[in-house]
Design a protein around this ligand. Structure first.
Ligand SMILES: CC(C)(COP(=O)(O)OP(=O)(O)OC[C@H]1O[C@@H](n2cnc3c(N)ncnc32)[C@H](O)[C@@H]1OP(=O)(O)O)[C@@H](O)C(=O)NCCC(=O)NCCS
Length: 153
């Protein structure tokens, strides 16, 4: 399958919003996505195209020496084809590798029932750190995970 990973453009926001609604139990509003794209200075937003259309995205933040995955999603039709794996790898390639802003850890929260995502993260080197009880608005627990990047200084 041909794919391409690139930075999100403003014109992509509507498509990303559609993927958001398809993929999440409590989807962000369009205006939330717009803020992350336009207003949040530490946010980065990448999309993955397959068959000439956007089929997934990864939204993450870099603050000091840490990165946080805010959201990652792939449309149902394109799952289990390695696209989220590609998004995670491309995200890591974008991390500063030297200087003060070098990224040492990547963290995230995921719903405790979200086994596909937990399996994806574990396969990619993320470890469970702790459970955050009743983290989500509907009362579900979050699993807090971290990946410690192996950096060569
Ligand atoms: C989680 C998600 C992003 C995975 O995307 P994907 O492109 O299907 O993931 P990949 O194809 O790269 O999968 C890589 C590995 O993750 C694990 N995995 C992915 N989906 C899985 C599933 N449904 N069940 C079990 N393991 C799964 C597997 O180990 C898989 O490797 P394999 O296919 O060789 O067995 C996708 O299911 C999704 O968009 N879910 C809804 C949104 C979401 O929950 N996002 C995460 C929380 S922010």
């Amino acid at each position: 399958m041909d794919y391409k990973v690139r930075l999100l453009k403003k014109a992509d926001l509507q498509k990303v919003y559609e993927i958001e609604k398809e993929c999440f139990l409590d989807p962000w509003k369009y205006s939330d996505l717009e803020y992350e794209f336009n207003g949040n200075p530490v946010n980065k937003f990448i999309v993955i195209e397959a068959d000439g259309k956007i089929v997934g995205f990864n939204n993450f933040m870099i603050t000091f020496n840490s990165a946080t995955i805010t959201q990652i999603a792939v449309t149902r039709e394109y799952r289990r084809k390695g696209l989220a794996t590609i998004l995670l790898n491309e995200m890591e390639k974008m991390f500063p590798k030297e200087g003060e802003d070098i990224v040492e850890n990547v963290t995230l929260e995921v719903r405790s029932s979200n086994l596909p995502a937990i399996k994806l993260y574990e396969k990619h080197g993320y470890e469970v750190v702790v459970k955050k009880p009743h983290y989500y608005a509907d009362g579900e627990d979050a699993i807090y995970m971290v990946k410690r990047l192996m950096l060569c200084h």
